[in-house]
Design a protein around this ligand. Structure first.
Ligand SMILES: C[S@@+](CC[C@H](N)C(=O)[O-])C[C@H]1O[C@@H](n2cnc3c(N)ncnc32)[C@H](O)[C@@H]1O
Length: 434
């Protein structure tokens, strides 16, 4: 099947029936061959192949979307799509805005969240992604609020739009040679538009694949470029931009807010907010609960030797440059001016850091480590290294562990001296988890 015929074939009754038969199946390479052969007795081979590829993408998509089983994806579109929990959090910034432009809507991860609260103009130059965005909006029953525009975002008229959200495609080394149009390795598509798609304003040589391959986000390499996205503020005051979590702080224009968003302890992405939407200079947000940490100016945070507890800040806090602000809020201290660990003598509980109970804390002495661990009955360790070089694998082997307890061995610096701490996790209170 050529173009995006495979997608339309999957949406048609026979394709929908076939996907329905696959729903819930967990296929291994072996069972897939068997299931494929069985299905080919009832359906055309190409349709079966397209359905199997889509089924696999839907299975992966369950990590991001609660309705993945009813959605459509390309591999690149899924990799770059915003997870539902993040999209919902971010869309809340646009609450009360009548019409939002979702520029570079992809397969619709952000679009779904935006369209559940307002009218959205969804723009993408990849017709396959745009079609999927509409189908995916239907899966969440929000398509009524969406107008799809097939265009290069740089050519869209923004006069009737009250706010824009931009999620540029991340460019990787191979993005110039690979488009975003395959759904997997088996099939590919290129274009078919649904009836609600308004028309293609940009065609020809500039309309190419999204350059959206690759799962790693590289800060500073996007299409369209970040500088284009931030300049939108000259046309629309309220601008939100999704950016790579590795974004350089000097890429954030003056007066804009940079928000770092983690799902539990996994740093997911950054968002830039133009002055009309910004409420701080930086922010750390921890999902799914939506805990937010803002700058807390005040006294200089002290640094001294570790106390009875060590706090390991969430990566969103560290990236947002809010470690000292967290320390001030908690009444904790730093163990070194350069290292993002905090300490305290009381068991502080916070959604913004993992709290560890310190069992042993002293200057680094590798020879003495095994006996210290044996004395504490430690049989397995997670080694966490911050500010201290060393081969973790080698160290692991040399510890010759033989106890029954599990611990975290922290290799770090205290007042610039190499240091070792043996710690155990304090489980977070349940109210901090949800
Ligand atoms: C990162 S994805 C968007 C993901 C989306 N926010 C989601 O959650 O599903 C980027 C999209 O930008 C589109 N794109 C890249 N450059 C574009 C341009 N100049 N005009 C329109 N769309 C563009 C690509 O086709 C791709 O679908």
């Amino acid at each position: 099947m050529s173009g995006s015929d495979w997608l339309e074939a999957l949406v048609a009754p026979a394709g929908a029936e076939l996907l329905g038969r696959l729903a819930g199946e967990v296929l291994t390479p072996e069972t897939e061959l068997r299931v494929g052969a069985r299905l080919r007795r009832d359906y055309p081979a190409e349709l079966v192949s397209a359905a199997l590829a889509q089924h696999e993408l839907r299975r992966h998509a369950r990590e991001k979307f609660t309705r993945a089983e009813r959605m459509f994806f390309t591999r690149a579109g899924l990799e770059q799509a915003t997870a539902e929990v993040v999209a919902r959090h971010r869309a809340a910034r646009f609450a009360g805005v009548a019409r939002v432009g979702d520029l570079c809507c992809g397969i619709g991860g952000d679009l779904i969240a935006l369209a559940s609260q307002q009218d959205v103009i969804a723009v993408d130059r990849d017709p396959l992604h745009l079609r999927m965005a509409m189908l995916n909006a239907e899966a969440y029953a929000v398509a009524e609020a969406v107008t799809a525009v097939h265009a290069d975002v740089r050519e869209v008229d923004l006069r009737d739009i009250d706010a824009v959200f931009v999620d540029p495609a991340r460019r990787t080394q191979d993005s110039r040679t690979q488009g975003s149009r395959t759904q997997g390795s088996r099939t590919q598509g290129s274009r078919t538009q649904g009836s609600r798609i308004q028309g293609s304003r940009t065609q020809g040589s500039r309309v190419q694949g999204s350059g959206a391959q690759g799962s790693r986000m590289r800060a500073g390499a996007s299409e369209p470029p970040l500088s284009w996205a931030t300049s939108l503020v000259e046309r629309v005051a309220a601008v939100g931009i999704k950016a790579a979590p590795g974004i350089a702080r000097d890429a954030v224009p003056p007066g804009w807010e940079v928000e770092f968003i983690a799902d539990r302890r996994n740093l997911k992405e950054a968002a830039l907010w133009s002055p009309a939407l910004a409420t701080a200079t930086s922010r750390a947000t921890i999902l799914p609960a939506g805990h937010m940490l803002l700058p807390l100016p005040g006294h200089q945070v002290q640094h001294r030797d570790p106390g009875a507890f060590l706090l390991d800040p969430n990566p969103a806090v560290t990236r947002a440059g809010l470690v000292e602000d967290l320390a001030r809020g908690l009444g904790a201290w730093k163990i070194d001016p350069q290292i993002a660990f905090l300490s305290s003598d009381v068991a502080l509980r916070t959604p913004f850091a993992r709290t560890l109970r310190v069992l042993d804390s002293r200057p680094w002495d590798q020879k003495a480590l095994p006996s210290r661990l044996w004395a504490l009955d430690i049989g397995s360790v997670d080694i966490r290294r911050r500010g201290l070089a060393g081969n973790v694998e080698n160290l692991h082997r040399r510890l010759k562990l033989r106890g029954t307890r599990r611990a975290t061995l922290v290799m770090t610096r205290v007042e610039d001296r190499p240091w070792a701490l043996i710690c155990v996790d304090l489980p977070p209170p349940t109210e901090l988890l949800s």
